[in-house]
Design a protein around this ligand. Structure first.
Ligand code: GLC
Ligand code: CA
Length: 555
């Protein structure tokens, strides 16, 4: 099972192109901007870039509403720029995976423009249509981004399904011709030299029966839509038709996928996907019935969930490890502390990310400790989710303060503010006016500053990435949690037949004394810590606020 693979040994860096680096002064990050920063990424030590959508799009959902699958959005550059990016990456021995948004397209995609014209249009079956019920939508399914999931179409006098905004009609995967189009698109990019795909909400491609009611279900909305009856048939077909012919990696966005069924998607004997992103740990501070409503979280939930997932896949498949992405708040603000302990706690989270069993995915800006944005006005938001939530809040008479407090916790735009390169104007993201405000803390938090500081978050990430490469036990070794019931300490071992590594993390902003003498022997040396000065180590160990230590006798 622990068969070696390049994608197991890789560290993946996610780029949200709109916010990474603008090369032509229009305030929007672009492909040439990414090319300019490849040396930065190489220096950090990552192996693979996951590039979020860069295709032509009306941008209702920032590129996750695609109107042409085999072209480059003029905002981001040209096909030549893309080819240059691929070749510049190959020269640096970096791999590229791209976002495949195959559950839905844009309502401005020619297929949908055609399909909506008449019931006998050639493209009709590319989408999902249904008659209404007494002038109402066919059933009570809700969209993830607010409102009913069906929208009426005048010309055909019926409704089309969209699990996201009405501008994102869902594809009908039961239609063979549609599936062949997706496979053709995949081959197009693979033949251009990409090394795999991150598959947007791939767990939703096979739909539930139209007669099922969302309201009457005990499941959350994502669980309700996920794992449709045919999803595995389609993924196996995709593997057979496309993936197995290339040396590539795949990671599916596994919204609504529970640990028990995860091996069906990523089991090494299944010929489906290599990895999925599950949502369980990134939902611990969300209302189970409403992902966009924040609640408090506890470390014990995080530990239990990560443990359950590791156990579910052990010996069967491979995990993806992530703490943040373009849909989530900044990790240091969410799971760490973005005030006094920003640097220390960001390093503690880096330690977790790089030492759990699975392939780590690092989101742009986390390596420099970027934080949530201090929103104060609705004009600062760009995301359709926040704007829709604002409209609903107003309709329901919710106060501005209560709306804002929730957004300060859950907004996706926290992660979408521009990358902070240095302390010059607009953090050197763009010399034009950025499409979304730069976080005002860029003068203090920026890449130029952390690269030169040997004790920075960036240099700590760099060291951890090197340590992972030096110690295969951190990649292929077993994972065993210690002291699962401890409310503030996360401690675990990574072991193989010859090596043992102990990882100790304190999730509190205060000292905690732990007795781990039975796990730590005199031979075990401290390999790396997020504190410069050695802590006290006797039979007991005093962990300082957010302290993270890795011990081993292997080197
Ligand atoms: C995924 C993407 C998210 C997008 C949604 C709809 O969750 O990560 O950004 O809004 O799918 O495509
Ligand atoms: Ca630009």
């Amino acid at each position: 099972m622990n068969q070696k693979a390049w994608w197991k040994e890789s560290v993946i860096y996610q780029i949200y192109p709109r916010s990474f680096k603008d090369s032509n002064k229009d305030g929007i990050g672009d492909l040439q901007g990414i090319i300019q920063q490849l040396d930065y990424l190489k220096y950090l030590g990552i192996d693979v870039i996951w590039l979020c959508p860069f295709y032509p799009s009306p941008n209702v959902d920032n590129g996750y509403d695609i109107s042409d699958y085999t072209a480059i959005s003029p905002e981001f550059g040209t096909m030549n720029d893309f080819e240059e990016l691929v070749s510049q990456m190959k020269q640096r021995n970096l791999r590229l995976i791209i976002d495949l948004v195959a559950n839905h397209c844009s309502n401005l995609h020619p297929w949908f423009q055609e399909a909506r014209k008449s019931k006998d249009n050639f493209y009709r079956n590319y989408f999902i249509w249904h008659e209404g019920e007494n002038g109402q939508p066919p059933n009570d399914w809700q969209s993830f981004f607010g409102g009913n999931a069906w929208t009426y179409n005048e010309a055909t006098s019926d409704y089309y399904l969209h699990l996201f905004t009405p501008a994102q009609p869902d594809f009908n995967w039961d239609y063979k011709l549609l599936r062949s189009e997706i496979y053709r698109i995949m081959r197009f990019w693979l033949d251009k030299g990409v090394d795999g795909f991150r598959m947007d909400v791939i767990s939703f491609i096979s739909k539930q029966d139209i007669s099922t009611s969302l309201q009457n279900s005990s499941q959350g909305i994502a669980e309700f839509y996920a794992n449709g009856a045919k999803v595995h048939d389609y993924l196996q077909e995709m593997h057979e038709e496309v993936l197995r012919h290339y040396d590539v990696m795949t990671v599916g966005e596994g919204a609504g996928v529970k640990a028990e069924v995860a091996p069906l998607y990523v089991g090494s004997d299944r010929q489906e996907l290599n990895m999925i992103f599950h949502f369980e740990h990134t939902s611990i501070d969300r209302d189970p019935k409403n992902f966009w409503q924040g609640v408090d979280w506890e470390l014990s939930d995080l530990k239990i969930i990560l443990n359950r997932w590791d156990a579910a896949l052990a010996g069967k498949g491979w995990s993806s490890i992530y703490l943040g992405n373009h849909d989530l708040p900044r990790i240091v603000s969410r799971f760490g502390n973005d005030g006094e302990y920003r640097v220390i706690s960001a390093k503690m989270l880096a330690t977790l990310l790089l030492t759990l069993r699975g392939t780590p995915y690092l989101y742009q800006g986390d390596e420099i400790g970027m934080t949530n944005y201090p929103f104060t006005s609705i004009d600062e938001f760009r995301d359709v989710v926040s704007i829709n939530a604002y409209i609903t809040a107003k309709q329901q008479g919710e106060s501005w303060q209560s709306f804002l407090n929730n957004q300060l916790q859950v907004a996706r735009d926290h992660a979408r503010t521009p990358m902070q390169w240095d302390n010059s104007k607009n953090a050197a993201f763009s010399v034009g006016r950025p499409w979304i405000n730069v976080n005002p803390n860029y003068e203090e938090i920026n890449a130029a500053q952390v690269i030169v500081d040997p004790n920075s978050i960036f240099n700590y990430y760099k060291q951890l990435i090197q340590l992972r490469k030096k110690l295969p036990v951190l990649i292929y070794g077993d994972y065993t949690m210690l002291d699962i019931s401890h409310p503030y300490i996360y401690a675990y071992l990574r072991t193989d037949s010859q090596h043992k590594v102990l990882i100790l993390l304190n999730f509190l902003p205060q000292n905690i004394t732990v007795d781990l003498s039975s796990y730590l022997s005199d031979d075990d040396k401290l390999l790396i810590s997020n504190y410069q000065e050695l802590g006290q180590r006797g039979t007991e160990l005093v962990l300082r606020p957010y302290e993270a230590n890795i011990y081993s006798s292997c080197i």
